[in-house]
Write a protein that binds this ligand. Structure first.
Ligand code: PLP
Length: 276
């Protein structure tokens, strides 16, 4: 069961108009929520980010926060989802193709559930990554549908036989194609500051909160690709990937090619945040 344009309908009854601005221009915004035990994880943080993105791209949200949350909960219930994700997208609506905002178009909301198990194998064993220039625009903090550079980056990683790409702007590491990146160096946890060059990941936020509660020194400061390659540990954070160690970068082993102790400690604490 999907939610589309104000109603719950079967997937095959969802008909997207060719005039939807999301389709023409990527003129829309989205969120991906994690569902653990049938409940939305960090719902408020995701709603905060959705509202902030909407404001920044001048898209008037069609529902209040309470209405959105009720829709998503109803969706979870109708699909009997216990573990997975909920995708929520709002486009600026349907109008003949022209760049200016349409005067009359209504925003179009689409939401659906995915049954996605936790990626336990990669959480345990880690992934391999390669570095690549970050060619995205200067508002990577906005969660919009314009994901072609992220798609190209991810595919480039897969084409090179690894699972993720670590992006950098002239040697300064930003984030990954669909996750944030953290390293451990001399006992400190380092990650790019939450500015316009990265998505302000909800998992990033939770992990930083956990690290501080464990008295692990945290620095939200940019670091270079050289520092990355010399790091004691590296891991990515994201709604679907949770905390996934990176055990090899550009063919070089990180932390001896196995997940490091800080990553393990954070993973254990992270699990507690949703374990009943
Ligand atoms: N960075 C990018 C580019 C992403 O697309 C995502 C998630 O999709 C993240 C970071 C991680 O954000 P979150 O932890 O909110 O899933």
């Amino acid at each position: 069961m999907y939610f589309f344009k104000n109603e719950f309908i079967p997937a095959h009854d969802v008909h997207i108009s060719p005039n939807d601005r999301g389709y023409y221009f990527g003129d829309g915004i989205y969120e991906v929520f994690r569902v653990y035990h049938g409940e939305l994880y960090e719902c408020d943080a995701h709603m905060d980010r959705l509202e902030r993105t909407a404001l920044e791209v001048k898209l008037t949200l069609p529902y209040s926060r309470e209405q959105f949350v009720n829709i998503l909960r109803e969706l979870i219930s109708r699909n009997s989802l216990t573990e997975g994700t909920v995708y929520l997208q709002i486009t600026r609506g349907e109008a003949s193709r022209a760049h200016p905002f349409p005067q009359t178009a209504e925003p179009v909301t689409l939401a659906y559930c995915n049954e996605v198990p936790r990626p336990l194998a990669t959480i345990q064993h880690g992934i391999r990554a390669v570095t690549q220039p970050d060619i995205r625009w200067l508002r990577c903090d906005l969660k919009t549908l314009n994901l072609l550079p992220n798609v190209l980056a991810k595919q480039a990683a897969l084409d090179r036989g690894v699972q993720e790409v670590i992006l950098h702007r002239e040697g300064i590491v930003t984030e990954c194609s669909a996750s944030n990146l953290m390293i451990v160096s001399q006992g400190e946890l380092l990650t790019h500051p939450a500015n316009n060059l990265i998505l302000h990941g909800i998992t990033r936020l939770v992990v930083l909160r956990i690290a501080r509660s464990l008295s692990i020194p945290v620095r939200e400061e940019a670091f270079t690709t050289d520092a990355l390659l010399q790091a004691d540990e590296a891991f990515i954070t994201g709604t679907t990937m949770e905390i996934t160690p990176v055990v090899e970068i550009d063919g070089r082993p990180i932390a001896g090619g196995t997940p490091g102790p800080i990553a393990r400690q954070l993973q254990a604490e992270f699990e507690r945040t949703f374990t009943k």
